[in-house]
Ligand binder design. Structure first.
Ligand code: GRF
Length: 194
């Protein structure tokens, strides 16, 4: 049985599109069951609908800071959809340990740096400020340590002296769109197809 994937987004959703397209072209052995956003305005929701993927949003602001209540709603939706694997793709909410424990080893994330370098935000500016010569992206398993779980794969880009955070982000994003489908497919083949 192909695992059912939920893709969680907060914004533009370009990584979501790369995952859905890879699944559609049989490069990933999976079913793209649902795209969920914490933000009703996420441009990625319309793009997912255009790709004929069911979409839902759960507005975290309606939970007035009650993270557990937000996550309970999210967890219930994921269970209703019989989700096997959660792919975070630009999902800008930190998940609690108790949520992550419920989905132990079933949540992947893509992060725009060569982890363990530059966990958290503003990764591109931090790499430039440190005069790094290379940067890149990582796909990792999500644990309760922010951007700290096992790294499953990385791709690199050169940082040129003319790069800004914006140009570096654009270069890294191209690599993200290659890396995430590759690693998700490998993850599924290793764990679900044996
Ligand atoms: C990507 O750079 C991803 O690594 C980071 O957030 C960005 C999301 O971009 N976590 P998109 O919404 O997939 O276009």
């Amino acid at each position: 049985m192909k695992p059912r994937i939920a893709i969680l987004i907060s914004g533009g959703g370009s990584n979501m599109i790369s995952l859905v397209n890879a699944i559609k072209y049989n490069k990933i052995n999976a079913l793209p069951a649902i795209v969920i956003s914490n933000n009703s305005n996420a441009a990625g929701l319309d793009k997912a609908a255009e790709l004929k993927i069911p979409t839902r949003y759960i507005d975290h602001r309606k939970f007035s800071g009650n993270r557990e209540a937000f996550e309970k709603r999210l967890h219930n939706l994921l269970q209703d959809e019989k989700i096997d694997i959660i792919c975070l793709a630009g999902f800008m909410r930190i998940l609690t340990k108790s949520f992550i424990d419920q989905w132990n080893n079933k949540i992947l994330n893509i992060h725009p740096s060569l982890l363990p370098k530059y966990k958290g935000l503003n990764t591109h500016q931090r790499a430039i400020d440190a005069y790094d010569k290379i940067s890149g992206c990582s796909v990792h398993i999500v644990t309760s340590e922010l951007d700290g779980g096992l790294v499953l794969g990385q791709r690199t880009v050169d940082i040129e002296s003319t790069d800004t955070a914006k140009t570096l982000a654009e270069k890294v994003l191209i690599e993200e769109h290659i890396l995430y489908p590759e690693i998700l497919n490998k993850f599924i083949n290793d764990r679900y197809m044996k």
